[in-house]
Design a binder for this molecule. Sequence first.
Ligand code: IMP
Length: 182
Amino acid sequence: MSETTKGVTVLYSAEVIAARVRARGQDIARAHEGGELVLLSVLKGSFIFAADLSRAIPQPLRIDFLGLSSYGGKTETSGVVKITQDLSRPIEGAHVLVVEDIIDTGLTMDYLLENLKTRKPASVKVCSLLEKPSRAVRKVPIDHVGFVIPDKFVVGYGLDYDEQYRNLPFIGVLDPSAARAP
Ligand code: IMP
């Protein structure tokens, strides 16, 4: 099967992503100094990344999910962040690794880090699959990053446009004309 989908140009193949995720998993394991590790997967975009990353970290950990929404089917952030699903257990005293799909303007992560602080974790680190530094509005600390990308709208490997394309096994750039189609 060819890795192409109408309106999407491959940026990183499944193989390239897998190698990068393995490397980040090893970095995270090396950096972790002990104590309870909680991978906090930000839904929905990071669910595939978090599933692969968790299997690349060779040590005990707990996984939890936090649903955040900042986009309403468009390619620009609204700046408004809403918690759509909260954590299943407290994170007080835990070492939290936030697993995000992409940090674009940084508004979502900025909001999330402030919110997590109030829950008294032992530490909070951030691992983002992608970073678009050219679009940053808020400077947020990123401890581990998969790929730094240019200012393009990307889909696949969990990332969506209007809830489509999440299941593509690769990361691709969405053609702006496809993004405008109804
Ligand atoms: P930020 O608040 O602008 O940093 O945006 C963070 C969220 O916007 C991400 O978690 C994604 O859900 C979404 N987002 C930003 N850029 C893209 C993109 O290129 N493709 C798909 N989703 C994106």
